[in-house]
Write a protein that binds this ligand. Sequence first.
Ligand code: GLN
Length: 433
Amino acid sequence: MAERARQKAGEVDARVAAGEAGSLAGTILAVKDLIVMKGGRVTCGSRILADFVSPYDATVVERLEAQDAVIIAKTNMDEFAMGSSNENSHFGAVRNPHDRQRVPGGSSGGSCAAVAAGMVTAALGSDTGGSIRQPAAFCGVVGLKPTYGRVSRYGLVAFASSFDQIGPIAQTVQDAGDLFRAMAGHDPKDSTSAQLAVPVLDEHSGEKIKGLRIGLPKEYFADGLAADIRTAIDQLVARLAADGAEIVDVSLPHTEYAIAAYYIITTAEASSNLARYDGARYGYRAEQSDSLEEMYVRSRSEGFGEEVKRRIMLGTYVLSAGYYDAYYRKAQQVRTLVRRDFEQAFTVCDCLLTPTTPTTAFKLGEKTADPLNMYLSDVYTVSVNLAGLPAMSVPCGVDSANLPLGVQIIGNAFDETTVLKLGRHIEQSRVER
Ligand code: GLN
C-alpha cells in the first residue's frame, strides 16, 4: 500500500503542523489481507482472489485513517482465515520472528509476525475461532477479539458470519485499547453491529484490580496443557491474588463439545459464504471450459486450496438433507449450552483467566498432515466465539525453550473495559517485577 501510505503520511504531517492531528497520528499499521482497501488487492491468501482489487474501503479502515493512522501494508494469512499456523496461504507460509523454524500461529499470522518483528506499531486481524489470540500468543504480542457486534464487519471478507470479528494486534494493551476504541461502534452498513456506546478509556486510569473477581475455568487447566504454560499462569494468578483480586474457581461444563460444534457451524457458514466465488463474478476463472458447469467446477477446483475445499465439503455435508438434524441442528444446540455456561460463570465473577493455547509455537510442517490435531490447537479460543464474547491474549513470559506464551482474559458481552483493565495490570506488573 506504499503509494496510499505516502499520501496519507503527507496529510498527517500537515495536520500535525497545523495542530489538528488525530488521536492515532504516528501509528503505523498493517491490515490482514481479508479487509478491503480501495484500489488495493485483497487476496484472502487465496489463488481465487490473487488479482482481485477492491472498489471500496472497509469501515475500520475509514475510521482508523480518520484518526490519522497510516496503513502501510496488507499481511499474509491462512487462506480465507482457515488455519492455525499460517501454512495454508497460497503465497507461502509465514515464519515466527522468535524462531524462524516455527509457525507464527494463524490465521492472522502475518499481522502478528509483523507486530512482533517491529515492522509496524500494530495491525488488524480477524478472529472467528482464535485467529487473533492464538497467533498473538505464539508471537508474544497483544491480540484483542471484541464482542461480536462491537466492530463493523463491513469490508471484512466473510468466513463464518456469525463468528467473525475484526480486532487489533499490538505491542501493548494500551495501543490495542486505543485502536479498539477508534474502530468500534455502530455502523449502519453492518446490520449486526450493536447500537451501544463505546466505553471511554478506563484501563489507562491506573485503577487497581482490588476486588476484581477473576474466574478460573477448570476445564481449561486439564490434560493437554503444556507444563510450562501451566506454571506461568499459576504464578500470574498468585500475583493477581496478592494484588487484591479475588480468585474464583468456575466450571464451563460444555467445553469438551466446543471444537466439534465450532467446526460444524463455521464450515456450514463458510460453504454458503464461499459459494460466491464461482469464476463468473469474482476472481480466478479457469480457461477453456466447454460448459458453464465445467467452468464453475474447474475455477473452484483450481482456485481454492486443500483446507478450504475440506471445509466446503464438511459444511455442505452437515447442511445436507438427512444430516442437518444430526450435525448442524445439534451443533446449534451445543452453541446455546456453551453460551449458557459463560452466563452462569459471569454470575460469580467479572472475567475469566485461561491459557490462550495448550502449547507454544510448533514447528513448520509439524501438524500439516493431521488436520484434526491442527484443529485442537484452538481448544481454548473457540468457545468465546461460539458465545460471542470479548477476549484478549496478553504475553505472559516464555517457556523453557524461550518461546512466548499468552494468557487469555475473557470478558462478559460488551465488557471490553474489564478485559483491557486486567490486561493492562498484567502488562504493568510484568514490567515492574
Ligand atoms: N484456527 C481456527 C480455524 O481454522 C480459527 C480461524 C479464525 O479464527 N479465523 O478455523
